[in-house]
Design a protein around this ligand. Structure first.
Ligand code: XMP
Length: 516
């Protein structure tokens, strides 16, 4: 499942024994300007050799080497010329597979721990003590032959093991997490000193290599890109435009379900500032017509999704010589598309996107990139901050944030309330820290209130703000009370038709981030 970005970059392969661990390690390697890719632990030595990596890192994972069906590694990998670094489970596994002893000591170690150097080390640099982050139950109690234990903690007699002649290393702690302050230094020692990796994975070189790849793929043909207003399609479009200029035509479908100011901004940014040919489809009326009387969330999503594809097809018919379609697929989508869970989640989430079978060949210039890299590329390409740092927004837009039938009047209410939420969260400096913050209109509910001398009978707005890393799980954000207070009073004072504000304190699971 290569992301096909390697090109001239030195590559480190991260063997996946637990997806979150592997992704974080891969990101840290790239922050050290070395290209990394994640591979499944079932990979063979021959497959690794064929990729000619400069190094291999074995990730941590939730299993013990002692359980039946513990994930193993093709042992021939240890004999390849590429140096190997095992982290946590990865370290235990290599110790176990190479003849050392990993024991269930009955005493695990979790959280911050002091690591004491016990012998000269290639990885740790200066000796002494340093804080590291531990999360393990089993412990390596004796290293395999040919390995030296170079550091210990109170519970782990072999917290670091090294065999420089074989270029194999293991660390029991997690150098990739921020709670190990010198972790990145350790990774750099491995990458630069042990593997001899060149730090060439920089924004400039990423852009150059992707521009070249797009040119190679597209030649002189015409390319279409559907813009959603989100970061991924915006950066993909800007990158493709840099590569093939006027061969690119963007299509922006205004569903009428966008947030305040969003459509204008997309048109302004791409047409005016970047000089990109842009077809602006004003389809709001047709979406409203289709949504009349629709209340059921699934039916609503289906209606919006189908209408969206239809509008796109009509726009594309005017560009019949177009052979290529740009998609903002990111590296985590590439990794996850293999897992059954991902497939299920996607089918629910791809509303507002385009199916792969529209008859175009896909151009996916972000296929090798993590989200943080996409944002940096966007900044480098001169996209405005509001687009580059935009929070995720569902394809069906405000349509799934009106609980009940979608009407123009309800959309106006929601759009105003939502703009206040976004404005205040931004003013509080929390916009980047919070995964998503938005308003939901409980359009079929009304409650009694009193404003001035008048009794009111109007709708509640629910404020939803969550913290999350990947939207698979999320926690409700502990917004400061004074911010909540400002949100509540501004929404009620400024938005006609709303007389109550509630804050959603449900995490995911059991809730979802969106209400529909
Ligand atoms: P839920 O509500 O399932 O949402 O917790 C998880 C994340 O996905 C976004 N979302 C969507 N994104 N098309 C999209 O492009 C969709 O149909 C869709 N539905 C939900 C949601 O905003 C959150 O970030």
């Amino acid at each position: 499942m290569s992301a096909e970005a390697a090109g001239d970059f030195d590559t480190v392969l991260v063997v996946d024994f637990g997806a979150q661990y592997a992704q974080l390690i891969a990101r840290r390697v790239r922050e050290a300007h070395v290209y990394s890719e994640i591979v499944p632990h079932t990979i063979t030595a021959a497959e690794i050799a064929a990729r000619r990596p400069v190094g291999v890192i074995l990730s941590g994972g939730p299993k013990s080497v002692h359980v039946e069906r513990a994930p193993l590694l093709d042992p021939a990998i240890y004999d390849l010329p590429a140096p190997v670094l095992g982290i946590c489970y990865g370290a235990q596994l290599l110790a176990h597979q190479l003849g050392g002893e990993v024991a269930r000591t009955g005493r695990g170690e979790y959280g911050r721990t002091a690591l004491e150097a016990t012998a000269p080390s290639q990885l740790l640099g200066v000796g002494g003590s340093q804080p590291v982050w531990m999360s393990h139950f089993d412990s390596i109690v004796s290293p395999p032959e040919g390995f030296t234990a170079t550091a210990r903690t109170s519970e782990a007699p072999v917290a670091v093991l090294e065999a420089p002649e074989r270029a194999i290393y293991g660390v029991q702690f997690h150098p990739e997490v921020v709670h190990t302050p010198r972790g990145q230094e350790l990774l750099k020692s491995f990458l630069y000193d042990v593997c001899g990796a060149r730090p060439t994975w920089t924004m400039t070189s990423i852009i150059e290599s992707q521009v070249e790849a797009v040119r190679g793929q597209v030649g002189r043909e015409r390319v279409i890109c559907g813009l959603s207003g989100g970061v991924d399609s915006a950066v993909a479009a800007a990158l493709v435009h840099k590569a093939v200029g006027a061969q690119l035509t963007c299509v922006y479908i205004d569903t009428g379900l966008m947030r305040e100011g969003e459509s204008d901004q997309v048109v302004e940014t791409f047409r005016r500032h970047h000089g990109i040919e842009l077809i602006h489809v004003r389809a709001a009326e047709r979406f409203f017509e289709r949504l009349a009387g629709v209340v059921d969330p699934e039916e609503k999503r289906k209606a919006i999704g189908e209408r969206f594809i239809r509008e796109f097809e009509v726009a594309a018919q005017g560009l019949e010589d177009a052979r290529f379609l740009v998609q903002g697929t990111l590296y985590p989508d590439v990794i996850e598309s293999g897992t059954p869970d991902a497939a299920r989640i996607k089918s629910h989430h791809n509303v507002g996107g385009l199916p792969d079978d529209l008859g175009f060949e896909l151009v996916e210039p972000l296929r090798a990139l993590f989200k943080d890299e996409v944002r940096k590329v966007g900044e480098e390409l001169g996209l405005p901050e509001e687009i580059v740092w935009r929070q995720p927004f569902p394809g069906p837009g405000l349509g799934v944030r009106i609980i009940g039938e979608v009407t123009q009047e309800r959309l106006t209410i929601l759009r105003q309330a939502d703009a206040i939420v976004r404005e205040e969260v931004k003013a509080a400096g929390l916009e980047r820290e919070i995964w998503q913050a938005f308003a939901v209109l409980a359009a079929d509910v009304r409650s009694v209130g009193v404003m001035g001398d008048e009794r009111t009978y109007a709708h509640p707005v629910i404020v939803r703000a969550v913290s999350s890393d990947d939207a698979m799980t999320a926690d409700w954000a502990r917004l400061p009370y004074d911010l909540l207070e400002r949100l509540s009073s501004r929404i009620i004072n400024e938005v006609a038709g709303v007389n109550r504000v509630a804050y959603d304190i449900t995490s995911k699971p059991p809730g979802t981030i969106e209400w529909e």
